[in-house]
Design a protein around this ligand. Structure first.
Ligand code: DGT
Ligand code: CA
Ligand code: CA
Ligand code: ZN
Length: 579
């Protein structure tokens, strides 16, 4: 059990205790422990036998140590289970609805004994919630809207979470007899920003060998974290994990692997178009292969390349398979050379301990050099972001000096001085122009006043990108996937203004953001705008997340020449010199 899962159980226990009207100190002890464990870098599972080491974690007392030991020994916590039984597990869904805090949920529970989103929505529609203390018709409407938003995101998962699950599964099945390869398919393989369920394909001799296949299925069912087995057949297993993610696994013979991979990668509409094309050419296409209509003879099935080729098409990268014109391009053999991870030569948006990052300039630089980067820019926050300890003019200037010094001391990488400057409510930037002028890279970002009317927000951002010191607009829509909607503004007007002012757009690769998204990236490319792909790293390990940004760039059909930080050092420095 990883720290995140442990923290989740403790958070849920705290929330359920609150519903039960328990003592505030008791509730707080669970919440404090959850917070501490979430931020603890060492796996609790490794130190669980060492009571002293557990007690050394701030916020963990003797009682909590016993709970942790029980949780890791039994795989669950008795009090957590009892509370879930009392209130029904759907209560956990209610906690995920914005604006519904434990106090309101407790009120609703006491009055109506209702504990799931559908039932609460029903009460709101019937006007029954307004009779409760501190509730009104307006709060009823708000709750209805929140439940709607919740439904549209519920059951989807961030791409990095799907990635971790896929990797864990591959490791879990490592070394079993008869497995040749394990390949993710579905929306995850297409690089979609969120994933509904995880589709995995296993191929090898085990598909035809009953004993091996049974062993593979048995091992799959022993995967840690399985809560519920949904289907178990000859060559298919579906299950739900404790975090709610569904995983569909299929076991396939190598002879039809290509056809199955093509089918289960989707998208559905890409598959439909391929099937129509096949029919016109006198073939049928299904998950077993491409076969001649009249003789039913299979003509291609082993690899995707074989099938595309028989259909007169170049192989299409999975990220492009959305039926948005990629089949026509493949027919003309004009599939672009999409950007790859290795094309990126540096990153220019990252934070250090000077504001809310976790590592020093030097540590970030060494990690970047280790990745093979030729350059980075350190871009800490500006003063408006007080909770992140943002820099005022004096600290920013001192920081520039530190960055320059570090650049002189470290060989093999160029460390540029930059800033992520806040775009204030009126579109002014948060630091004096005289300070911004000393920066090599200025990323301008909105971090406050998200709820301005669209017109005001558009004006605000247009004004910001018109400042001659700005290199790029950071995480332009401000969305947090599955948590916060993008703020409202006219994207077209902003892109046009950025194009006019030669300001680049960021593709923030952090998996919670992926901002700009694929659609907006395409709009930016159409206007000749350049993209900067950055992880917005707050820790040396965050550079690893760049791959999720690359997937979105590929979904937008971007090539290396669309992305500024594919340029080698000298060319990059020339490209970011400001007007
Ligand atoms: P998701 O899971 O909602 O993020 O999206 P997908 O694309 O992974 O969808 P999923 O898991 O329902 O199915 C995986 C792939 O299997 C899908 O992309 C195409 C294929 N597939 C599933 N059901 C059908 C179907 O009824 N017709 C066709 N043509 N393909 C299907
Ligand atoms: Ca899926
Ligand atoms: Ca599926
Ligand atoms: Zn930011």
């Amino acid at each position: 059990m990883d720290n995140k899962t442990i923290a989740t159980v403790l958070y849920e226990t705290a929330a359920l205790l609150e519903i039960a009207g328990e003592d505030v100190f008791r509730i707080r002890s669970y919440r404090n422990a959850a917070e501490a464990i979430e931020g603890w870098t060492q796996p609790i599972s490794e130190i669980v036998a060492d009571t002293k080491a557990l007690l050394a974690i701030p916020g963990i007392g003797k009682g909590m140590v016993a709970h942790l030991q029980e949780l890791l020994r039994e795989g669950h916590l008795k009090i957590h289970q009892q509370l879930l039984e009392k209130y029904h597990p759907t209560m956990l869904d209610l906690f995920k609805i914005q604006g519904l805090g434990p106090k309101t949920i407790a009120l609703i529970w006491d009055a109506f004994h209702v504990s799931d989103p559908d039932a609460v929505a029903q009460l709101a529609r019937e006007g029954k919630l307004r009779s409760l203390p501190r509730m009104s018709e307006k709060t009823e409407q708000k709750i209805l809207k929140s439940i709607e938003t919740y439904r549209s995101i519920a059951g989807r998962f961030l791409i990095d979470e799907a990635d971790r699950t896929a990797q864990r599964l591959i490791e879990h099945l490592d070394g079993l007899a008869g497995i040749e390869k394990i390949t993710p398919a579905g929306s995850f393989r297409r690089g979609r920003e969120t994933v509904g369920d995880l589709d995995m394909l296993i191929t090898g001799k085990c598909a035809a060998n009953e004993k091996q296949r049974a062993a593979v299925i048995e091992r799959i069912l022993a995967f840690p974290g399985i809560m519920d087995v949904l289907a178990k057949g000859e060559n298919k297993v579906s299950f739900k994990l404790r975090n709610g993610m569904q995983v569909d696994i299929r076991i396939l013979p190598p002879a039809s692997f290509g056809a199955a991979l093509l089918y289960f990668t989707g998208s559905k509409s890409h598959n439909v178009s391929l099937r129509q094309r096949a029919l016109k050419m006198g073939f049928t296409l299904n998950e077993y292969g491409l076969s001649e209509l009249d003789t039913e003879k299979i003509v291609a099935s082993k690899t995707e390349e074989d099938i595309y080729e028989k259909l007169g098409l170049a192989w299409i990268p999975p990220e492009m398979r959305e039926n948005l014109g990629e089949i026509e391009l493949a027919a003309a053999h004009k599939i672009p050379h999409l950007i790859k991870l290795e094309d990126i030569k540096g990153e220019v948006h990252m934070h250090t301990v000077e504001t809310d990052g976790k590592n020093t300039i030097e540590e970030m630089a060494l990690a970047a050099r280790e990745r093979g980067y030729q350059y980075i820019a350190i871009t800490d926050h500006s003063q408006n972001l007080a909770f992140a300890n943002g820099l005022d003019e004096a600290r920013a200037e001192a920081h520039i000096k530190r960055i320059h010094r570090c650049n002189e001391q470290i060989d093999g990488i160029t460390i540029l001085a930059g800033i992520e400057v806040d775009i204030l409510a009126d579109g002014e930037l948060d630091l004096e122009d005289s300070v911004l002028a000393q920066m090599d890279v200025v990323i301008a970002s909105v971090h406050s006043h998200f709820n301005q009317p669209a017109e005001k927000m558009t004006e605000r951002i247009v004004r910001a990108v018109s400042n001659p010191h700005v290199t790029a607009l950071g995480h332009p829509t401000g969305r947090l996937l599955l948590r916060r909607e993008p703020f409202q503004f006219d994207m077209t007007a902003v892109l046009d203004a950025a194009a006019k002012n030669n300001v680049a757009m960021e593709l923030n690769a952090y998996p919670d953001r992926l901002d700009l998204n694929d659609v907006h990236l395409r709009m930016a490319k159409e206007r000749g705008l350049k993209i900067l792909i950055n992880t917005d790293a707050h820790h040396t390990t965050h550079f690893e997340k760049l791959k999720y940004g690359i997937l979105q760039a590929r979904r937008a059909w971007l090539t290396p020449s669309d992305v500024l930080n594919t340029l080698p050092r000298e060319k990059f420095l020339k490209a970011i010199v400001r007007r």
